[in-house]
Ligand binder design. Structure first.
Ligand SMILES: NC(=O)c1ccc[n+]([C@@H]2O[C@H](COP(=O)([O-])OP(=O)(O)OC[C@H]3O[C@@H](n4cnc5c(N)ncnc54)[C@H](OP(=O)(O)O)[C@@H]3O)[C@@H](O)[C@H]2O)c1
Length: 249
């Protein structure tokens, strides 16, 4: 019960890694607030998690995130753990990247995540912590991943800077960087058929030292560790959850 009576806000908590983490936070005693874009999966998440509250909110819209923070403040007065997890994928080689796709990905994966921290930190205090979902994409070159990799690399470095700024306030900020994880994200790549996704999975498994895809639980366990007092002397860190792909690959 590491999160007994803690107030946890999971941005992107209605699917995949974020949903699993939200469930695990609640099972360790937290009162969870979660966001997403899709109302039906938000409703399903809230129905399956005790004491949870859901908000339909686009992280690319900083004013919408501020409204969520205000709602959490009205309900519970503070945030003890902020998990910034919302993100979108999408592959395109250099010659096929469009400005719209670049702007869309960066508005969510970089700008939205940064302003979410700016808005939420107002109601966070000493002893609270922030975990952000990065990606191994920020640490290794994969053809076609330029747009996503650039956003996640920017996010990684921005969070390191904010960790330094917030350390004097007693707020820890850490990044978890997943490798290939079997979540709905893989099937949301525009322009990829199910067969292509299956081929991509096979290619990824062949390259992972542990020879398997990660599961949401693998990442969520690392998120809960970094968010908890077990990591009380850890800030500005990056934890790869990738079956050894980056460190041993
Ligand atoms: N799966 C992987 O292999 C992998 C690897 C490295 C990093 N990651 C990162 O892990 C994080 C979670 O992804 P996942 O794999 O669990 O995929 P997922 O199931 O697609 O989850 C993505 C989550 O982000 C939310 N989201 C996306 N755009 C949003 C927006 N504009 N505003 C608010 N919420 C938004 C989604 O909500 P809706 O469903 O309502 O859109 C969903 O809750 C992402 O940041 C992703 O980049 C994943």
């Amino acid at each position: 019960m590491r999160f007994d009576n803690k107030i946890v806000l999971v941005l992107g908590g209605n699917s995949g890694i974020g949903l699993t983490a939200a469930r695990m936070f609640a099972s360790e005693g937290a009162k969870v607030h979660l966001t997403g874009r899709d109302q039906s999966t938000i409703d399903a998440a809230v129905a399956s998690i005790a004491r949870a509250t859901g908000y339909r909110s686009d992280i690319a819209d900083a004013a919408a995130t501020e409204a969520v923070v205000q709602a959490v403040e009205e309900a519970d007065g503070r945030i003890d753990v902020l998990y910034i997890n919302a993100g979108v994928g999408g592959f395109a080689p250099l010659r096929e990247i469009t400005e719209d796709a670049w702007d869309h990905t960066h508005a969510i994966n970089l700008k939205g995540c940064v302003f979410a921290l700016q808005k939420a930190v107002r109601i966070m205090g000493k002893g609270s912590s922030v975990v952000v979902t990065g990606s191994i994409g920020a640490h290794g070159a994969l053809e076609g991943n330029g747009t996503y990799a650039a956003a996640k690399a920017g996010l990684f470095m921005a969070m390191k800077v904010f960790a330094k700024e917030l350390v004097t306030e007693g707020i820890r900020v850490n990044v978890v960087s997943p490798g290939p994880i079997d979540t709905p994200l893989l099937y949301r790549n525009p322009g990829m058929s199910d067969d292509q996704v299956a081929g991509l999975k096979e290619m990824m498994i062949a390259n992972i030292p542990m020879k398997r895809m990660g599961e949401s639980e693998d990442v969520a366990k690392a998120v809960l560790f970094l968010a908890s007092d077990d990591a009380s002397f850890i800030t500005g860190a990056n934890l790869f959850v990738d079956g050894g792909l980056i460190e041993l690959g």
